[in-house]
Design a protein. Structure first.
Lengths: 282, 285
């Protein structure tokens, strides 16, 4: 675990922040497929937001979704854990598989699905409860711990994985809302980890954070890759380049192209991708 | 007029309005207290508690039957209205289809606007005969008054709960859903606790409203100044007592009525203060 000193050093580097180490492209290529989207169309009322999206999400890798505002990144992300179900006029068609199961299948309970596919939101949103309770809440409801000691352990491991333990271990009973923005976001990541999901979805998780906290969370995402499948929406090309192994570029509701992150940023096949990453629109 | 002067004028008129309202409250309290004082001096506060009954003509001023009557009908109303109001607020915020939502709000507000004498009339013509026929004559009773009051305080309870639930950021609900919780679990374990203080405010104000209500209760409670022993007994509330006797009361009798008015006012002020406090704590993060 890094010390606070090391953290502030990374921060003083500012713009020239060292990119986190990346797995070699070959390694990413060999990752098995975790989730598969086939012909996914999404409508808000009569307005179509996604058109025939086909995408494979690889296990133990970070997939970045990029594209101009309103192109459907969040919409696609929400398809992956059926959070679109919560939106009144939203309709999804097509097929999305998690492993072998079609998550839009008739017998699938979206509530249980969301325990397997967790989500971290753009704005940190801890519950108005203590730090401990924020983490313990999900596992308790899902009956994951029988005794207090087991719960204590889940809380500690989750906070450690989210690189927050050292900062909060002496004040677990204080309200989660009293933490700084960056700490709150890591608390939300810990909360998502605590129910032991297979996939973690993150919708612009750093957009409310300062550069120091952003670096901390990015580092964390890279560590989490070892045990989880991660899909992250971001508006920052640098961030996509730093944390992801694969990148998908969306434009006007279409998936334009998806490839190795290096490939997308150095040698995109589509003109629209090139225009976007060189900042010509968006 | 310069903007600064306009600003100052505006602030001045706001302050005067606030001051006028505060002065009115102080004045009314002072007046009622002043009129009640002789009653305390003549009989002593204990007499109101210990006198066996309320027979002002023969000089016994026991308020106990009325105090208990007021408490009984108000508590019954609260017990009935609190779960209903909360349930209505939950339905409106989380289960009703969007088209129903606005309609529902409008209906509750309408319910709040109906004059109390109309509720009383409904109780007298519909509820009291029903109770008399199926449970026990004469029908005018704690039960009748409690039911009528419950409907009257329902809007207060529903509107305050709804406001408290509506004030919780939608992210809280989404965060809970994303953890794999059903709607009901999320409501029960995250949203209701978060809205707790706002709901408490609603409870206090509903109770205050029930205690203070006079007309509707007077029409259906039976108004017998006796210690009640069952829900079907007629009772007289403190407020009904004042309304019934003030017109002809003189001397000690009159002062005793003022004293009971003072009592109702003190309890109401206490409840409103409690409501205000629970709201203020909520505002703090
Ligand atoms: N709840 C909704 N109701 C109606 N239309 C919506 C809703 N959510 C999104 N949309 C529409 O769907 C399209 C895609 O939206 P989405 O939020 O997925 O874009 P995005 O790529 O995440 O954009 P941003 O980068 O700004 O977050 C947009 O045109 C948007 O207006
Ligand atoms: Mg978005």
């Amino acid at each position: 675990m890094k010390t606070a000193q090391a953290e502030s050093q990374t921060a003083t580097n500012g713009a020239t922040m060292t990119p986190v180490e990346k797995a070699s492209p070959q390694a990413a290529e060999t990752h098995p497929v975790k989730m598969t989207a086939r012909k996914v169309n999404v409508f808000y009322g009569a307005k179509q937001a996604l058109f025939d999206v086909d995408l494979e999400i690889r296990d133990n890798a970070v997939t970045a979704l990029i594209g101009p505002s309103g192109c459907g990144k969040s919409t696609f992300l929400r398809c992956l854990n059926r959070m679109n179900d919560v939106i009144d006029n939203c309709r999804v068609s097509g097929e999305i598989r998690l492993g072998d199961t079609n998550i839009y299948g008739a017998h699938i309970d979206p509530v249980l699905l969301r325990a397997r596919v967790g989500m971290v939101f753009q704005k940190p949103n801890p519950f108005p409860k203590s730090i401990y309770e924020n983490i313990a809440y999900g596992p308790r409801i899902h009956g994951m711990a029988e005794r207090r000691a087991q719960m204590d352990e889940i809380v500690e491991t989750s906070l450690r994985k989210a690189a927050l333990w050292d900062e909060v271990k002496d004040r677990l009973q204080e309200p989660g809302t009293g933490l700084s923005g960056g700490q709150q976001q890591r608390l939300c990541i810990a909360r998502a980890i605590a129910v032991n999901p297979e996939v973690i979805l993150m919708d612009e998780p750093c957009s409310a954070l300062d550069p120091i906290a952003t670096a901390r969370v990015e580092e964390l995402i890279d560590e989490l890759r070892e045990n989880y499948t991660i899909v992250i929406v971001t508006h920052s090309m640098q961030q996509a380049a730093r944390v992801s192994q694969r990148t998908a570029f969306f434009h006007l509701g279409n998936l334009v192209e998806e490839d190795e992150t290096d490939q997308i940023f150095t040698n995109p096949r589509d003109k629209r991708t090139q225009d976007y990453i060189t900042g010509r629109f968006g | 007029m310069s903007r600064r002067a306009a600003d100052r004028l505006f602030r001045f008129s706001l302050r005067s309005a606030t001051l006028a309202a505060a002065l009115a409250l102080v004045f009314v309290t002072f007046f009622v207290g002043y009129e009640a004082l002789p009653a305390l001096q003549a009989a002593g506060a204990g007499a109101f508690l210990t006198d066996p009954s309320w027979h002002p003509a023969s000089g016994t001023f026991g308020l106990m039957p009325m105090v208990l009557g007021s408490l009984a009908v108000s508590l019954l109303a609260l017990v009935l209205a609190a779960p209903l109001g909360l349930g209505a607020a939950l339905f409106e915020n989380f289960y009703a289809p969007p088209v129903l939502r606005g309609l529902f709000q409008r209906a509750v507000e309408l319910l709040a606007g109906i004059p109390s004498v109309v509720y009383g009339l409904w109780g007298l013509v519909v509820l009291v005969p029903l109770i008399a026929k199926h449970l026990a004559a004469p029908g005018t009773s704690i039960l009748a008054a409690g039911l009528v009051l419950a409907i009257m305080i329902l809007p207060t309870m529903a509107l305050f709960s709804s406001a408290a639930l509506g004030a919780i950021p939608a992210e809280q609900y989404r965060a809970a859903s994303a953890l794999g919780l059903s709607k009901w679990t999320a409501l029960r374990t995250v949203l209701l606790p978060a809205a707790g203080r706002g709901i408490m405010t609603g409870l206090f104000l509903s109770f205050a409203r029930a205690l203070g209500e006079t007309m509707a209760v007077l029409m259906v409670a039976g108004n017998v100044p006796q210690l009640p022993s069952s829900l079907l007994d007629p009772v007289r509330t403190l407020t009904a007592n004042i309304a019934l006797e003030m017109a002809y009361a003189t001397g000690a009798h009159r002062h005793a009525l003022f004293f009971s008015g003072f009592l109702v006012m003190a309890v109401t002020l206490l409840l409103v203060t409690l409501a205000g406090r629970s709201e203020k704590k909520e505002a703090r993060p």
